[in-house]
Ligand binder design. Structure first.
Ligand code: BES
Ligand code: ZN
Ligand code: ZN
Length: 496
């Protein structure tokens, strides 16, 4: 899909559809929409007066053969209240417009930016929204495949003076959205097509193409390094585990800047192991590698955006199977750090593999850590599929991440980490146990378990179990993987 910034006046753009957005206000026909209305000889004002055009969020008004402009159609998308409008709204508008037009077999359209918005941020949001919306999850369909394609998008409504800023936003948006779709593509793969070995191969290919260093630890190296927690999860099935390490090491790294460690859970399928999950909905557990896929996507974006900070990405990957050699409730394992773990529930496997992932990232030199994981069903109880759960050991570091989330419009909510919760994972027969002894607080207990391995390093845990997968298609996004948290993490690294 080609995306081009153009500065010519909107009336002369030859395209199948001119797209703009309308705010919900007493008079929605203002500013740029007022200009379009003039070209159309007052048609929009008539529609507004009749109550058909209101600007309500994601209201679509399609006008065919509009007089006064060269475009074949005019599509107006409701943007809601002007005070609440932000980059997140614009991404949804651009995405919803793309999916609306694509489903009508349209091949090109022009988005006309509104007056007064930042040229760079607007272009970036439109590109991110459009590319994310264009992603389809029909890779394995042979019939009913969506063969409709948007070939070209023009980003319009800019002056010559705004061109450079607009182009900057466009190229940044493209890098980030393509990385996010790379992540979604991995998450969409079923477990028979994406084993830990295949994930490692894909990570290696991505890293080589992007110019990042990469090291894949196989089961032998993992055993040599005594990563007992990761090994304990993988022993239940025939697929060997992998520890994937991708490093971005810029020659101009700022002295004194942190070395950021990004650790992602990549369980390519989670049956629960011997503490087996119910059959209903188990197929979704192919997305239990979303944390790892997110971190790999972040690395792909960083390689192109070239920040001045070193970043080490560590992705422990395994299946969680209930085979004859599987670990059993009550088994005691020794993690790479030397801590002993009583495995009371084999379905709490994410925290086990992250224990070794976090410890290894520190050993490789990471000073500031973030992990992302589809860790707990409890986070869905707490925050539904709306907010990512955020847990942190250092408020300054956590605040930085929350500020990035806000800046890129990803919803995240911090949960408490009081010392009292730590008591829940004190072991009876080993140092710690992998599930809580208390009632409730399941996501916090999971976070505390991982924190045990972060030691004194500033650490953040993102529980994306509720947000990494869309159960239903949205007007702006296909059903399936969302790629959540990637944009926040890229922003966080870029903020140094
Ligand atoms: N992968 C699951 C968590 C999950 C649940 C992800 C729903 C996505 C959707 C994780 O490994 C798990 O099974 N967690 C258990 C922990 C429990 C045994 C303490 C859970 O949430 O039930
Ligand atoms: Zn599990
Ligand atoms: Zn899991």
């Amino acid at each position: 899909m080609q995306i081009t910034l153009i500065t010519q006046p909107f009336a002369g753009i030859e395209t199948e559809a001119l797209v703009s957005y309308v705010f919900e206000e007493t008079d929605p026909i203002q500013g740029r929409i007022g200009e379009i209305d003039q070209a159309l000889a007052g048609l929009l004002r008539k529609l507004a007066k009749s109550g058909e055009l209101t600007g309500k969020t994601l209201e679509f008004t399609l006008i065919h053969a509009p007089a006064g402009v060269k475009a074949a159609r005019l599509l107006l998308v409701g943007a809601g209240k002007r005070e609440q409008f932000n980059g997140a709204t614009l991404r949804k508008i651009a995405g919803a417009a793309l999916r609306y037009l694509k489903s009508r077999s349209i091949k090109n359209f022009a988005v006309v930016a509104r007056e007064g918005d930042s040229a760079e941020e607007t272009a970036q949001a439109v590109v991110e929204g459009a590319l994310a919306a264009n992603f389809e999850t029909d890779k394995y369909k042979t019939d009913r495949k969506n063969d409709k394609n948007i070939e070209t998008i023009f980003i319009a409504g800019y002056s010559d003076a705004e061109r450079a800023a607009g182009e900057r936003g466009l190229s940044k948006g493209r890098i980030i959205a393509e990385a996010q779709n790379f992540t979604r593509d991995l998450v969409n793969e079923p477990s028979n097509k994406l084993t830990p070995r295949i994930l490692a191969e894909k990570a290696e290919a991505m890293a080589k193409e992007a110019g990042l260093s990469v090291e894949i630890l196989d089961e032998k190296k993992i055993a040599d390094l005594k990563m007992g927690a990761l090994l304990s999860v993988s022993q239940g099935g025939p697929e060997p585990p992998r520890m994937i390490v991708v490093t971005y090491n810029p020659s101009n790294a700022k002295p004194g800047a942190p070395v950021i460690g990004l650790i992602g859970k990549a369980v390519t399928f989670d049956t629960g192991g011997i503490s087996i999950k119910p059959a209903d909905g188990m197929e979704k557990m192919k997305y239990d590698m979303a944390g790892g896929a997110t971190m790999l996507g972040v690395m792909r974006a960083l390689a192109a955006l070239k920040p001045n900070v070193k970043v080490i990405c560590v992705v422990p990957s395994t299946e969680n199977m209930p085979g004859g050699a599987a670990q059993k409730p009550g088994d005691i394992q020794t993690a790479m750090s030397g801590k002993t773990i009583e495995v009371l529930n084999t379905d709490a496997e994410g925290r086990l593999i992250l224990a070794d992932g976090v410890h290894y990232a520190k050993q490789l030199g990471a000073t500031h850590l973030v992990d992302a994981a589809t860790l707990t069903g409890a986070i869905v109880v707490a925050l539904a599929n709306i907010n990512v759960g955020v847990f942190g050991s250092d408020q300054a570091w956590t605040d930085k991440l929350l500020a990035s989330a806000k800046a890129v419009g990803e919803k995240m909510w911090q949960l408490p980490m009081d010392d009292e919760y730590r008591e829940f994972i004190k072991g009876s027969f080993a140092d710690i146990q992998n599930i809580g002894s208390g009632k409730g607080g399941g996501s916090i207990t999971g976070a505390w378990f991982i924190r045990e391995f972060a030691g004194d390093s500033p650490w953040i845990h993102l529980d994306i179990a509720g947000t990494a997968w869309n159960d239903d298609a949205k007007p702006w996004l296909a059903k399936g993987p969302t790629g959540v948290a990637l944009r926040t993490l890229v922003h966080l690294v870029l903020s140094y």
